[in-house]
Design a protein around this ligand. Structure first.
Ligand SMILES: [Zn+2]
Length: 285
């Protein structure tokens, strides 16, 4: 099941946990707002005030990258070659996610399925970073931070639904998020996905198309939804939701694992040439 827990501070930009995660991961998330001019990339610096939002925009006149140009492609600050997938088995720990009548738990199935997804991605040449390896429950912000700290990763969160036709799979991308900026031109943490929406849609459509070939009755294209986990992720990001937890036997879901894994891996491989990876973690494309 997909969650949209609106637990973000109203007047803040980063929760304390999120900030700690970012610091630990050395991830000053300086996210350049998508502007029509595609001017200089924002650059994370040690001078970033710890209390300030960690996401800045290109409206700042400063640029620390010598030789950067106005071209969004081929500048010294960017390179092609998406190579990292952050894989998020949702829920875990005290949060079992959706629960079936037979006692099966979403959190356990997605963790097991992540093994297959990881293997399929590695066969496509991707490095895989998992947000959890065991039965723990990192916060939404911690999970997003794993992607936001990487240089040009994509993010995939895995879920089992409690609804929908069993045997089908849906891909969700974040709903439209206006990239609200404050007077300093900073994007709030919970709008981190905004500059990546069109890339997320491309990635999501690729994966959904491959899933539809394997799982009859699945929609042909990705759908937009309000998904808490995606909103704070500064990378192309999708939620993959498998229907459903109401199956009589867990094996019915387990049998879908390889097809789901292959679709995600092949979709990520097809998306790779479409994504010009920024050289600075968290910087918008
Ligand atoms: Zn879920």
């Amino acid at each position: 099941m997909l969650l949209d827990v609106r637990n973000l501070p109203r007047n803040g930009f980063l929760s304390p946990l999120g900030m700690i995660s970012l610091l630990v991961l050395s991830a000053a998330i300086l996210l350049r707002a998508q502007t029509s001019t595609q001017s200089q990339p924002a650059v994370p610096t040690a001078q970033t005030p710890a209390t300030a939002p960690a996401i800045s925009t290109a409206s700042s006149p400063q640029s620390g990258i010598p030789g950067s140009t106005t071209s969004p492609f081929g500048t010294p600050s960017q390179r092609s070659g998406l190579s990292i997938v952050v894989l998020d088995p949702a829920h875990g720990g005290t949060d079992p996610g959706a629960r079936g009548t037979g006692g099966i738990r979403e959190s356990e199935i997605v963790l097991d399925m992540a093994v297959q997804v990881r293997r399929a991605l590695e066969l496509q040449g991707f490095q895989v970073v998992q947000t959890r390896q065991g039965n723990d429950n990192p916060s939404f912000d911690d999970r997003s931070a794993r992607a936001n700290a990487q240089r040009g990763a994509v993010f995939v969160t895995l879920h089992i639904s409690s609804t929908g036709l069993p045997g089908t799979v849906r891909v969700y991308v974040s709903s439209e998020l206006p990239p609200l900026t404050d007077s300093k031109g900073l994007i709030p943490w919970d709008r981190a996905q905004a500059p990546f929406l069109s890339l997320s849609r491309k990635f999501g459509d690729l994966v959904q198309g491959l899933l539809a070939q394997r799982f009859k009755g699945s929609p042909p294209t990705a759908q937009a939804a309000t998904v808490r986990q995606l909103r704070t992720t500064a990378a192309p990001a999708i939620a993959v939701e498998i229907s459903s937890i109401v199956v009589d036997d867990r094996a019915q879901l387990d049998h879908m694992g390889q097809g789901v894994a292959d679709a995600i891996a092949e979709g990520a491989a097809a998306f790779r040439p479409m994504y010009v990876v920024p050289s600075v973690p968290g910087v918008a494309p």
